[in-house]
Each structure stands twice: as structure tokens, then as C-alpha cells.
Unconditional design. Sequence first.
Length: 193
Amino acid sequence: MSDAKNGRTDYGTGKEALIRAAIRAVATGGLRRLTYRSVAAEAGVAHGLVVHHFGSIQNLLHEALRFAATESLALSSFYPPVDTVDEFAEGLAELVEKDAAVQAFQYELVLESRRDPALVPEIEAYHAQYRAAIHRQLHHFGLRDEALTDLVWATLDGIVFQQTALGRTETSRASLERLRSLLRGLMSERANS
């Protein structure tokens, strides 16, 4: 929804709007440029409102990471599990294309966790969420192999990272189809053994 008076765009209300503004601010300016003022400017509010809702930039980052991971999972085809391999990770490339800011934000925080140990538990929880969703999906397909879960998670994470960084949606689509083909082959092997 556009606000003609001040030329800004509203992306939600209250805390969620500030979280979305923080995600966009980090995605465009990097984590080092994240301040109360940059979030407030992105949201079109006074910076005191950001302080009021979150108390610290660290709290804002933690809440924004949880929000971004939850939103990404909700918009992906990983939860609830899909019934066919053809549906697995369907629309993932389009999701990244549509909401690259959320993906860029998450990767910024993953990298920042190397410098800021306080972020490590949040990053581990974020990774565990994605891995658990993939594990459930593969289990639903009858593929009960922990190493395979880790491999598929790493593959999907790499595909999303490359598309976020380079914007090559068609390459992502081709890679996802190849991954589906490999999963079909594993399912066929399992059925024939």
C-alpha cells in the first residue's frame, strides 16, 4: 500500500513493519549499516519507535531472523510435505526471485555469526528449522537417510545462495530439476531393492 504524502510504501503494521524494514535495510546496505535510524527511515517512522519495540539492534536482528526463516518456510513447498517429487522445492526459484531481500538478510546474518558468537544459537536454530522440514519431506518419500538429508539441505541452500547473489533463476530451476531427478532415482532404487 503506497502513502502518497511521503512517498513510502507500507509493508505491514507495527512490529512486523519494522522487522520487514530491517530486513530490507540489511539486504540493501549490509549489516554494518543497520541502525535504528536506517530501519526507521525504511519504515517511514521515528527511530524512537524502533527502540521502543526492540530495545536493541541485537533483539531486532534475532526477531527478524526468526521472522524471515518462518516466512520463507511458510512460502516454500517444504511444509507440509508434498506428495510427489515433482512438487519438491517447487516454486523455490520463484520464491527467491520474489523475495530476494529476505534471503540476502538471512545470508548476511549467517556470515555475521562468524564475528558475533551471540548470533550462533539463532543461526543454528534457523538451519535446524530448514533441515527438519527437508528431513520430514524426504521421510515422507521413504528416504530415511540422515546423510542424504544433509546433502539435500546443503544443495538447496547453495542453490538459493547462488540465485540470491547472482540472480540466475533459470540455473536454479535446472538445478532443482536435476535434484528431483536424483531423488526419483533413489526412490526407484529403494522400491526395487
